[in-house]
Write a protein that binds this ligand. Structure first.
Ligand code: ADP
Length: 334
C-alpha cells in the first residue's frame, strides 16, 4: 500500500498512468503517426490477425508507451511491458517470448539497449514466430527450435538510427514522434487538469504549455507542481502568478528550459566559445552521459534553433547567445 503522507515515485507513476489516453481518438497531436497506426490496426482487424510489428522513435515523454497501450487496447489484445535494459541475455528474451499468449502485444521500451545475443533471437521471432534455444555448451551444444504464439512487437527507441538495420527492417512500420506545438500541449494540459480536478484559468494553461518543452510528460509534471503550489498558496485556483512562481521554484526558465538544458548551453557558449565541440566532451563538461545529452537534451535545443549539429561537433546558434544574454562573437547582441 502507498503511504499517503509520503508521495513516492510510484504515486507519480500511478498519476501518469491515470493521465494516459486509451484510444487513438483521445490521443492529442501526432496526426501522421496516428493515421498510420489507424490503418495498420484496421487492416489487422479485417483480416483477424495481430497487427504488424511497430517501431516508435522519438525523445522521451512524447507518447510511445501510451501508443503501445492504445494499440493493445484498440485491437483488444493483452499487453506485456518490458524494456531493453531488462533483457541482458538471450535467455531473458526466450522466457518472455515463450510466455506470451496468442496475439499478445509486447512492448519493449528502449529496445536499442537490449543485449546483442537477444537481438539476434528477436529477428527470427519477429519473422517466423520461432526461436532456437541453445542447449549445452561447446562441441555438444545443440539448438532446439521452439514455436511461439503470434504476437505484435511494439518497440520504442529515442532514435531509430540506434538500432541495427536487420532489426529495424523487421518492423512493418516506424512511427517518428515529433515535439508537440503549444495548442496541442494546451489540449493535453486541459484534459489532465480535468482528470486531476485542477481549476486552471486560460492564461495559466497557455503559460504551462509554453514552458513544457514540447513534451506531454513535462506538461503533466508541471501541471502537478502548479497544482501543489495552488493548493498551498492560492487556496485552489492556479493563477498566472502562481504558475510563474511554481515553475521558477523548479528551475524551469521562461521558455521551458531546465537546468540541464541551460548547463549544456552555458558550457557550449562560455567554456567552448560556441563550439564546435564533440558530444562526449560536452557531456563530460556538464557531468552527464553522452546518450542523455544526445537523446534528451539536444533534440529540443535543435528544434528551437539554439544548437546545431555539424560534422565537426556541436555549435551554439545566435538564438542561444541571445537567450543567455551573452554577446555573440560576431558582434551585435541579437
Ligand atoms: P514515452 O513512452 O514516449 O516516454 P509516454 O507514453 O510514457 O511517453 O507519455 C508520457 C506522459 O505523457 C503520459 O502520462 C501520457 O499520458 C502523456 N502523453 C503523451 N502523449 C500524449 C498525447 N498525445 N496526448 C495526451 N497525453 C499524452
Amino acid at each position: 500500500a502507498l503511504d499517503a503522507t509520503e508521495p513516492t515515485d510510484d504515486t507519480e507513476l500511478a498519476i501518469e498512468g491515470a493521465l494516459r489516453p486509451t484510444s487513438l481518438g483521445e490521443f492529442v497531436g501526432q496526426q501522421k503517426v496516428r493515421g498510420q497506426l489507424q490503418l495498420l490496426l484496421d487492416a489487422a482487424r479485417i483480416q483477424n490477425r495481430p497487427p504488424d510489428h511497430i517501431l516508435l522513435a522519438g525523445p522521451p515523454g512524447l507518447g510511445k508507451t501510451t501508443l503501445a497501450m492504445i494499440v493493445a487496447h484498440e485491437s483488444e489484445r493483452p499487453l506485456r511491458l518490458s524494456s531493453g535494459p531488462a533483457i541482458q541475455h538471450a535467455g531473458d528474451l526466450a522466457a518472455l517470448l515463450s510466455s506470451l499468449v496468442p496475439g499478445e502485444v509486447l512492448f519493449i521500451d528502449e529496445i536499442h539497449r537490449m543485449a546483442r545475443s537477444a537481438e539476434e533471437m528477436l529477428y527470427l521471432a519477429m519473422e517466423d514466430f520461432r526461436i532456437d534455444i541453445m542447449v549445452g555448451k561447446g562441441a555438444g551444444a545443440t539448438s532446439i527450435p521452439l514455436d511461439l504464439a503470434p504476437f505484435t512487437l511494439v518497440g520504442a527507441t529515442t532514435r531509430s538510427g540506434l538500432l541495427p538495420n536487420p532489426l529495424r527492417d523487421r518492423f512493418g512500420f516506424t512511427g517518428h514522434l515529433e515535439f508537440y506545438d503549444e495548442p496541442e500541449l494546451e489540449q493535453v494540459i486541459a484534459r489532465s487538469a480535468l482528470v486531476l480536478g485542477v481549476d486552471l484559468p486560460r492564461d495559466s494553461l497557455s503559460e504551462i504549455a509554453r514552458r513544457s518543452r514540447g513534451t506531454p510528460r513535462i506538461a503533466n509534471r508541471l501541471l502537478r507542481r502548479v497544482r501543489d503550489y495552488a493548493l498551498v498558496h492560492g487556496g485552489g485556483a492556479a493563477t498566472l502568478e502562481g504558475v510563474r512562481a511554481a515553475l521558477e521554484l523548479y528551475d524551469v526558465d521562461p521558455i521551458g528550459l531546465d537546468r540541464l538544458d541551460r548547463a549544456v548551453l552555458e558550457s557550449l557558449v562560455r567554456r567552448f566559445r560556441g563550439g564546435p565541440v564533440g558530444l562526449s566532451t560536452l557531456a563530460v563538461a556538464v557531468g552527464e552521459e553522452a546518450e542523455t545529452v544526445e537523446s534528451v537534451v539536444e533534440p529540443y535545443l535543435v528544434r528551437i534553433g539554439f544548437l546545431g549539429r555539424t560534422p565537426r561537433g556541436r555549435v551554439a546558434m545566435p538564438e542561444a547567445y541571445a537567450h543567455l544574454g551573452v554577446p555573440h562573437p560576431d558582434g551585435a547582441l541579437r
